[in-house]
Design a protein around this ligand. Sequence first.
Ligand SMILES: Nc1nc2c(ncn2[C@@H]2O[C@H](COP(=O)(O)OP(=O)(O)OP(=O)(O)O)[C@@H](O)[C@H]2O)c(=O)[nH]1
Ligand SMILES: [Mg+2]
Length: 116
Amino acid sequence: MKKPIVAVVGRPNVGKSTFFNKVTGKKISIVKDKPGVTRDRIYCDAEWCGKAFTLIDTGGIELKSQDEMWMHIKKQAEIAVETSDVILFMCDVKGGVTASDIEVASMLRKSKSLSY
Ligand SMILES: Nc1nc2c(ncn2[C@@H]2O[C@H](COP(=O)(O)OP(=O)(O)OP(=O)(O)O)[C@@H](O)[C@H]2O)c(=O)[nH]1
Ligand SMILES: [Mg+2]
């Protein structure tokens, strides 16, 4: 049976890559205290609580920006969302839920995957 695909999605610099590295147990994704570090989609097989799945790290979604880099990152994240079975939507607990988080969450709700 094909492994389910789980995409880690959210706005920039909220800890997506840190989470991805923790769950996969590998230092694959670059972690930095700077937004826009992850730019493409990073795939890795993982297992958590006896369940095997493929995890995708995505770049942070900046919905309002027309900048080429942010538009590229958004496109890559959209591909991950469209091809995943589950979306794991990540926010920064320290900063709380921001207006940008709400906009990204609204975009994700319109996709076909389940969001958590
Ligand atoms: N205190 C604290 N810092 C964290 C946590 N998770 C991540 N960080 C820090 O937050 C910063 C951003 O982490 P990343 O994992 O690179 O964030 P990201 O969402 O992948 O960022 P982009 O790829 O730019 O969208 C880094 O300095 C991390 O060390 C956490 O749970 N607690
Ligand atoms: Mg990242």
